[in-house]
Ligand binder design. Structure first.
Ligand code: OGA
Ligand code: MN
Length: 279
């Protein structure tokens, strides 16, 4: 990465391996002038933080559109998607979002997952409710050579339903079937991006390594999650109201730390359409 991009964006790195903060003002961000620099830094650093930028919904949508193709949220037809565990705020997704407390990549049920999500902090929980990100490019790069050789070519089955068992160990059949209806697909454990870089594709949606006996499959997935979420690969965002955080969903996984569903915690999310299939 050239220092020019950091200078151009008035950016500073938040940890050595993941996360940068950008200190441009609203007008500069909304002008679209820095869009390619932001995209470059996002791919390099996985997570970009715009501290207390305080975008309105309209501004968040407009800023999202400067960075790529806007992806409407499944089902709700609105431009801004409310992220809340409170069913009164978002009945449809409160159940599904319980899975957001466990390490995951968004959209592993799509062949082309979303490129990025943008999350604005609107109401915070008095305790918990941080968002954590792991750099799955760096986690791959630093694996020992023999692990890399073992992993190349392996595939895992992903679905929304495996995440159900993280928060509801004895779900009803109706709920299980509802989650299963969201879909399932096999993905490579190692994503070979067009850029030539590689990243791990793991997280709570991955429940079975294809062709591997159950114990070995589970042990491998747990080992990779433990590896990729070591502190040096992780950035933890402690929210202030008005912060905007963008993550590269193709090179990171993320989770919220536990918080009370009645805390009022509310985030406003927009997304960028994916540009590259898992490969
Ligand atoms: C998401 C998500 C985490 C959070 O919006 O996809 O996982 O901290 N959010 O709310
Ligand atoms: Mn998510």
């Amino acid at each position: 990465m050239t220092t020019d991009v950091l200078d151009e964006l008035k950016a500073s790195n938040l940890t050595p391996l993941i996360g940068s903060a950008i200190h441009l003002d609203k007008a500069a961000l909304l002008s679209g002038e820095h869009a390619s620099g932001i995209r470059e830094l996002l791919e390099r650093r996985g997570v970009l933080v715009f501290p207390k930028i305080g975008f309105s919904d309209e501004e968040q949508v407009a800023f999202t559109k400067t960075l790529g193709e806007f992806a409407a949220e499944r089902g709700d037809g609105e431009n801004i998607h409310k992220i809340s565990l409170d069913p009164k705020v978002n009945a449809m997704s409160a159940e599904y979002l319980k899975g957001s407390l466990y390490w995951h990549i968004d959209g592993t049920m799509s062949q082309i997952p979303i490129l990025a999500s943008l999350l604005s902090g609107k109401v915070l929980s008095p305790s918990g409710g941080d968002t954590q990100f792991s750099n799955t490019y760096a986690a791959w790069t630093e694996l020992p050579e023999e692990d890399k050789q073992q992993l190349e070519g392996l595939r895992a089955a992903h679905g929304a339903w495996p995440t159900l068992f993280y928060y509801d160990p004895e779900p009803s059949l109706a709920m299980t079937e509802q989650m299963m209806s969201i879909g399932e697909q096999e993905l490579p454990l190692v994503w070979k991006h067009r850029s030539g870089r590689k990243s791990l594709v793991i997280g709570a949606t991955a429940h079975r390594v294809i062709g591997m006996e159950a114990r070995n499959s589970t042990a491998l997935l747990v080992r990779l999650r433990e590896w990729a979420t070591q502190p040096r690969f992780v950035y933890t965002h402690k929210w202030t109201v008005g912060d905007l955080v963008i993550w590269d969903n193709t090179g990171t996984m993320h989770r919220a730390t536990p918080y009370d569903p009645n805390s009022g915690r509310l985030m406003h999310r927009t997304k960028l359409r994916g540009e590259e299939a898992f490969a």
